[in-house]
Design a protein around this ligand. Structure first.
Ligand code: FES
Ligand code: FES
Length: 124
């Protein structure tokens, strides 16, 4: 029921952890199941240089987190803001219907981290 890509990203997740000197951090919770995803990133001149995630959630949530970090690394913040939850699920070859809500965390957490970066930037 899970695509090969989902299983690959779940068993071998990319970019796991937390960046200490991050200048953008975002955390979202899934109202449906209480799972949490946290994204930290280093942005330089509006380009995402590094990104890591921590997810307390199911396998589908881990796989989508891993996938979204690969999708946005090296991209500009504007390009990353354009990546939707649906696009992440699609890049994974789809998710079972009952697991689609899990993919809502990934892009949302990235978008929150970018908002955090922009807020900090405009403050200085
Ligand atoms: Fe939370 Fe799936 S309902 S892990
Ligand atoms: Fe909760 Fe998947 S994120 S069930």
């Amino acid at each position: 029921m899970y695509s090969e890509k989902v299983i690959d990203h779940f068993t071998n997740p990319r970019n796991v952890g937390e960046i200490e000197n991050a200048n953008g951090v975002g955390q979202v919770g899934n109202a449906k199941c209480g799972d949490i995803m946290r994204i930290s990133m280093v942005v330089e001149n509006d380009v995402i240089k590094d990104i890591k995630f921590k997810t307390f959630g199911c396998g589908a949530a881990v796989a989508t987190s891993s996938m979204v970090t690969e999708m946005v690394k090296g991209k500009s913040v504007n390009e990353a803001l354009d990546i939707s939850n649906a696009a992440v699920a699609e890049a994974l070859g789809g998710l079972p219907e009952a697991k689609l809500h899990c993919s809502n965390l990934a892009a949302d957490a990235v978008h929150e981290a970018i908002k955090d970066y922009i807020q900090k930037k405009t403050k200085v």
